[in-house]
Design a protein around this ligand. Sequence first.
Ligand code: FES
Length: 200
Amino acid sequence: MSEAQSDPGRRRFLVGATVAMAAAGVAAVGTPFVLSMLPSARARAAGGPVEVDVSKVEPGMMITQEWRGQPIWVVNRTPEMMAQLAKNAALLSDPESADSTQPDYCKNINRATTEHPNLLVAVGICTHLGCSPVDKMKMGESSGMGSDWPGGFFCPCHGSKYDMSGRVFKGMPAPLNLRIPPYTFLSNTRLLVGEDKKGA
Ligand code: FES
């Protein structure tokens, strides 16, 4: 009979030590496993590109799609809305979007691609303190924004106003135009938000 077999107290100690070592082994093996899962968890949190069907977005309509936890607006502007954009320049803080954030291919008056200039794709988050502006796309009195309102978006938190290209008006709390995310068209009716032809 061994010493451990003959001594119940020592046997308990050996069993306890074996369990502790096994637990440590699992922890040692488990840690790299958990670490190896982290990049994909991070990737999921970062969010991949999202496809948006724009086939039913009629002129004068907008839809909202989530991308990376942010509301992405897709607005189909009417010819009248498009014609108004050039007339707004003198009223805007950054009419050429020189200081604002958008892909190079959207750095124009429409803040859109040349293939689909009527479609505005913008992050619907106010550049002041991050509230969600509301749709005030109708022009004039019926918008509730006054008879000279040229159409756009209004942030109810502190009153910032943006035009139909998401460009902020002068004298507003918001410092910059709404952000434009990278995007590309997969077809005439399918949009990919979060990735463009340059892989941005
Ligand atoms: S958060 Fe929009 S005006 Fe302040």
